[in-house]
Design a protein around this ligand. Structure first.
Ligand SMILES: [Zn+2]
Length: 153
């Protein structure tokens, strides 16, 4: 990748993980200008958004897998099979497959919420979805298009 054209702005953008979605529109213009003129920062911005989308995709997938596992276990007698059976100081701690799936689901949900809060993935995906909707709306025949509300942007 080539060098950044303005190292000062490049460093600021890099510390924000190239996410300017949380800055007010008036403040954003300089950074938007830099991103459109600097291939180095544009490339990094794309990589960071790809990581965000991958993270939210993986946590969503893992939540769905654990939900599916719980749905299957709910019907099967295997749910009470002990995965690990500890006997510590006369206290029996039994970790069943079902309990493991519940823990997995909780961990996945927490990870999903953290990714949604800490990365601009939701904003980015909403933007992509809106752009996609505009493209689809543009392809509709004129008489159908009038039935949908027009986008302000
Ligand atoms: Zn740059």
């Amino acid at each position: 990748m080539n060098m950044c054209t303005d190292q000062v702005i490049g460093d600021i953008l890099s510390s924000w993980r190239y996410d300017i979605s949380s800055i007010s529109p008036e403040m954003r213009t300089d950074y938007e200008e830099h991103l459109s003129s600097c291939a180095h920062c544009r490339g990094w911005q794309r990589i960071h958004r790809m990581v965000d989308v991958t993270l939210i995709g993986l946590t969503t997938l893992s939540t769905l897998v654990f939900l599916l596992a719980l749905a299957v276990l709910h019907r099967e007698p295997v749910r009470n099979w002990a995965l690990i059976d500890f006997h510590l100081h006369q206290v029996s701690v039994i970790l069943t497959i079902q309990a493991a799936a519940v823990v997995g689901l909780m961990v996945s949900l927490v990870a999903w919420v953290l990714v949604a809060i800490m990365t601009p993935a939701p904003v980015y995906l909403t933007g992509v979805a809106m752009a996609q909707a505009r493209v689809l709306q543009g392809r509709l025949p004129e008489e159908l298009r009038d039935r949908f509300p027009r986008n302000a942007a």
